[in-house]
Write a protein that binds this ligand. Structure first.
Ligand code: 6LW
Length: 524
């Protein structure tokens, strides 16, 4: 076990921004692979690749066929796929997760992580957060929240022994996200406790045998942000990986809360990276920071420029890129890239975004300040751009029969906030978001803001705004701005985060392009 040495340069957290919770990571040679929970969205379990642990590119979704991912049409939001684990063993990649809508764990494998992944092998055992570890003799251990271990045959989904209770942490609620690691002569058990919100903590124990008994680290919890003022909160649900240079790293989820009191977060739980040092055989971690000094070793790659975070799609490809997700399912009859070449054509499968079943093709909001736009030809249908957490929390910029309007749904309330007559034919719809609470004291009036800050102006009392614009041949119009806090996890609940997406609720409509990009503001 090598001791990491802190040194410049640094990297920026989160390494995977936006709704990317419950990360799990593995390394094969020089390649790192990372997966996250996807809940009710299809396709499920985003798979990302990196060569340096900092710059990640989504290369697919592991559960990308209905035969692998069955989300019932009436499944509640934030059900579906919970915390996955990815491992490499015996020449194959293994991914285990829980489809909580079915109440079953499932294992899929692939030789090439880019796919295709196998059909699932199911395991009907209690709890969530399954993980796999192999002994030198090939014995496969499954762990679940609780924390229990089972000896299993992962090829057949058969339980050979168990449950064997292992260790349940230091007494915090919800001992979960366990992972077993064979490191040197020890078996380490990493788990999270305290719940996935501000009480979250990571604890560790070790044993000479995967059956225990486990001895807790004297320094537990080895990582927590509970009760701190740190900008990253809820740090937990962690996985360990050893880099090519021998250094150790932890990926984990966190939230970036905004606002004074109470704080709120709108991007869901995101994936962060923190270096691990080993002292007396125990992992030692610093707090998770948005800018982190990187240990020497992996340094050249870590110095790579950050991904600008732009997502532009002209819909010229044959297939939808892996970042596009749809609630519950995306039936073949609901979308086409061939019908009108160079456009994404959507067909309505449901008549309202207030209930499951509507046609939505969305991407995760990854920056607090961003602009997402699309050029839509609504034809004779009803179509638009939505920013949503779930069916009961969304703002929509919608076009129908010569009128564009902004509709908001928050809990039991639904309201039309603005409307505008628009000419027939394609038009550009934009949703822009902006956080205000960090404005520097020097910005005291609209005159201090640059043109790029329009149309927001100064609203010191408001922490997150969502603006809706329409651009036609006659120019660009701001329809309205709405308080974004109603589309936060604190209001909506659940485990996901915001997504922005194109939709159709009546007839068919085509989308020429979609563009998502972070926006800059005076404080950046
Ligand atoms: C997951 C649990 C958790 O299963 O949230 O962060 C649950 N922790 O471990 C849903 O993601």
């Amino acid at each position: 076990m090598s001791a990491g040495t802190p040194a410049a340069p640094g990297y920026r957290n989160p390494i995977v921004p936006g709704f990317h919770p419950d990360p799990s990571v593995c390394r094969v040679g020089e390649d790192y692979y990372l997966v996250c929970s996807s809940f009710e969205y299809f396709p499920g379990v985003p798979l990302l690749h990196s060569r340096d642990l900092v710059n990640w590119r989504q290369i697919g979704n592991i559960l990308d066929r209905p035969s692998q991912l069955e989300i019932p049409p009436d499944a509640d939001a934030s059900r579906g796929i919970f915390a996955p684990t990815i491992r490499h063993h015996d020449g194959r990649f293994w991914m285990i997760t829980t489809n909580v809508s079915l109440g079953r764990h499932l294992i899929v494998t692939a030789e090439d992580p880019a796919g295709a992944w196998s059909e699932p092998v199911y395991l009907d055992l209690p709890h969530v957060d399954p993980s796999l570890a192999w002994d030198d003799d090939g014995t496969c251990w499954l762990t679940t929240s609780g924390v229990d271990a089972y000896r299993i045959d992962p090829n057949k989904g058969q339980v050979l022994e168990g449950p064997i209770p292992l260790w349940s942490g230091t007494g915090g609620q919800y001992p979960e996200a366990p992972h077993l690691y064979r490191i040197g002569d020890w078996w380490y058990l990493l788990l999270s406790e305290g719940g996935t919100h501000t009480g979250h903590a990571v604890s560790v124990a070790r044993s000479r045998s995967p059956r225990g008994p486990f001895e807790p680290a004297p320094t537990n919890p080895v990582l927590t942000h509970r009760g701190t003022n740190l900008p990253v909160q809820a740090a937990g649900h962690a996985d360990l990986v050893q880099a090519t240079d021998g250094s150790w790293w932890m990926v984990l989820l966190g939230i970036r809360a905004k606002g004074q009191w109470p704080p709120f977060h709108v991007l869901g739980r995101e994936t962060f990276l923190v270096p691990v040092r080993w002292v007396d055989g125990w992992p030692v971690l610093d707090h998770v920071r948005e800018v982190t000094a990187a240990p020497a070793g992996s340094a050249p790659a870590l110095a790579a420029p950050p991904d600008p975070g732009v997502q532009h799609d002209d819909f010229d490809a044959r297939l939808l890129a892996p970042g596009w997700i749809s609630p519950r399912s995306r039936p073949d009859a609901a979308w086409s890239l061939a019908e009108r070449p160079g456009w994404l054509t959507l067909h309505a499968t449901g008549t309202t975004l207030d209930r499951a079943g509507a046609t939505i093709v969305a991407t995760r909001q990854r920056h607090h300040d961003c602009r997402a736009g699309t050029r839509v030809d609504p034809g004779s249908g009803t179509a638009g751009l939505t920013i949503r957490v779930d069916e009961a929390h969304h703002y929509d910029l919608e076009v129908r029969a010569g009128t564009a309007r902004v509709v908001g749904r928050v809990g039991p309330f639904r309201q039309v906030f603005a409307s505008l007559d628009v000419p027939a034919g394609p038009l550009v719809l934009t949703i822009a978001t902006r956080t205000h609470d960090l404005y520097p004291p020097t910005v005291t009036s609209a005159a201090d803001l640059t043109a790029a800050d329009e149309p927001f102006g100064v609203r010191p009392a408001t922490s997150d705004m969502v603006a809706f614009e329409v651009e036609t041949t006659e120019g660009r119009v701001l329809l309205t701005e709405l308080d974004g806090r109603y589309l936060s996890t604190e209001v909506a609940g659940g485990f996901t985060g915001r997504v922005v997406g194109m939709y159709v609720t009546e007839g068919s409509a085509s989308f020429d392009w979609f563009d998502y990009r972070p926006a800059t503001r005076p404080t950046d």
